[in-house]
Design a binder for this molecule. Structure first.
Ligand code: ADP
Ligand code: F6P
Length: 483
């Protein structure tokens, strides 16, 4: 069974040969009265990554359609079968908002917010993972490849293997995988590891994450492991780093479109034609370092290093996980701080920060990337950060400086960015100033190198690399320690 050809959309492939399982379906939660629905790229890395791949590949996507209540029956979109899994109000609260986003998410992001533990959240996590596994077992044809995505569904590989041992199962974690000291806090750490080991291949964004995982399976489960292979019962599980990426060509083509160029010109005028535009685009998440960035900018304004008329900051922060209290608190604090900075440093018609919380379509995002002389991407911890890569892809004229956190997965691939430690306020200020004042020739050289990297390492290269490794696991008579 060759997996790779699926990616080039071989017409004879059936939808059930490749099954992607992810918490969300990439659709609007409103289905039209005639039953039609459309792709919707909700702001978030997972759908952004998978959408360009699956749009042209016959496959089935198993996921939650949004909302609560019975699972809607959905039409295919562009040849992709949408198979929805129901979540009740309680599931949403205890699985998605609870265990996934208030226990795992903070632990996996350096515990920059306090992780919370509730036993009933675990029950919901197990219950929902079981439901996803059963739904997948129903739709996958014999010997199909099933690709399970992200931290919401870490138990699915193990549960699915029990239901359907014939399947080839891959698991990919889009977020960081933490060091043992943090992961060991999880009361259900052994079950979580065993769940992931149900896969034939466990993929991470970075080699360090694979290393953390290998250490943990030995420490917690007593299994023999290297950073490439783990032996469990009569099987070998492959592990490795597969840095996720974007559709580089698509973003570059979009940014190059005349209407997008026009829109960018108008946007710049609307901003008062400043000398320099700094842009940040984040989900409203405490991992993204928004508060630290605002503080750095505010201090640069207070110190007279940047002036409102010459330089503007555009901060896009689309609300996320709005019922989780840490997210509500963050939004309140960010909005208070934006108000304070604008009150203190803005003038009539000239705010210091243009603050936007709306989701934008791709063309508008591309226009924003085009006007950004400096793109500030400074998360405290991030699995990858696709925004950084989108910005680079959009800079078709090789201009623009990327200020990038060392703690974003993207930093390992884009060393030509201005790298900063977002916890170091002085370093953050200096980094921002260095990006604003960079010599144009230096800017061009850095941007050219980053763009070249992304042209080679795009989303198709990611999927090819992951799926061909998964493909090899079937025929592999792998032994621990060998390769
Ligand atoms: P995360 O997965 O944590 O949200 P990423 O940076 O990896 O972070 O991915 C975010 C994705 O969401 C990107 O593809 C980005 O273009 C998109 N996005 C972010 N903000 C918006 C917005 N306001 N409107 C539309 N898309 C957005
Ligand atoms: O990358 C982490 C992630 O949870 C993705 O799975 C998702 O695309 C994104 O963040 C947005 O999160 P949510 O699905 O909770 O809106």
């Amino acid at each position: 069974m060759a997996v790779t050809p699926l990616l080039i959309g071989m017409p004879e492939m059936r939808q059930s040969s490749l099954v992607v399982v992810a918490n969300r379906l990439p659709i609007d939660d409103s289905v039209a009265p005639d039953g039609a629905c459309e792709w919707r790229r909700n702001p978030g890395g997972l759908v952004s990554a998978l959408h360009p791949l699956l749009r042209h590949t016959p496959a089935t996507w198993v996921g939650w359609a949004g909302g609560t209540g019975p699972a809607p029956v959905l039409p295919d979109i562009d040849g992709v079968r949408m198979h929805s899994v129901a979540l009740s109000g309680e599931d949403l609260r205890d699985h998605y908002e609870g265990f996934a986003n208030a226990t795992l998410w903070p632990i996996y992001h350096d515990a920059v917010e306090q992780p919370q533990h509730h036993r009933r959240w675990w029950d919901a996590y197990l219950r929902v993972n079981q439901r996803f596994a059963e739904a997948t077992a129903q739709v996958a044809e014999a010997g199909a490849v099933v690709w399970v995505q992200d931290y919401h569904l870490q138990l699915v590989p193990g549960l699915l293997r029990t239901l359907r041992p014939d399947l080839r199962i891959g698991f990919f974690l889009h977020v960081p995988f933490p060091p043992p000291e943090l992961f060991m806090q999880l009361p259900r750490r052994a079950e979580l590891l065993r769940g992931m080991l149900g896969a034939d291949l466990v993929g991470f964004q970075r080699a360090q994450a694979a290393h953390n995982f290998a250490q943990l399976v030995t420490k917690v489960l007593g299994l023999p492991a290297t950073d490439r292979r783990i032996g469990i019962e009569d099987r070998v599980v492959r592990i490795g780093a597969f840095p996720v990426s974007i559709d580089t060509v698509e973003m570059a083509a979009l940014a190059d479109r005349p209407d997008v160029a026009d829109r960018a010109r108008r946007l710049r005028q609307d901003l008062g034609s400043p000398d320099q535009v700094i842009l940040s685009v984040d989900r409203m998440d405490y991992t993204k370092g928004i508060e630290q960035r605002l503080k750095a900018y505010s201090e640069l304004l207070a110190g007279g290093h940047v002036k409102v008329r010459d330089t503007v900051l555009v901060q896009v922060a689309v609300p996320s996980r709005e019922r989780v209290s840490q997210y509500q608190i963050l939004r309140d604090r960010v909005e208070r701080e934006v108000g304070r900075i604008n009150g203190e440093f803005g003038r009539v018609g000239e705010p210091a920060i243009h603050y936007l919380t709306q989701p934008f379509d791709r063309a508008e995002l591309a226009a924003l990337y085009r006007i950004a002389d400096v793109m500030a991407v400074t998360p405290l911890r991030d699995g990858m950060n696709l925004v950084a890569k989108e910005y680079v892809a959009a800079r078709v004229d090789d201009t623009g400086a990327l200020l990038l956190s060392e703690f974003a997965g993207a930093a390992a691939e884009l060393p030509q960015a201005h790298l900063v430690n977002p916890h170091d306020l002085e370093g953050l200020k200096q980094g921002l100033l260095a990006a604003l004042r960079a010599d144009p020739a230096d800017v061009r050289e850095r941007m050219r190198a980053m763009r070249a990297h992304l042209h080679e390492h795009d989303i198709r290269a990611w999927a090819r690399s992951y799926l061909s490794t998964l493909d090899q696991t079937g025929s592999m008579l792998a032994r621990l320690g060998g390769d």
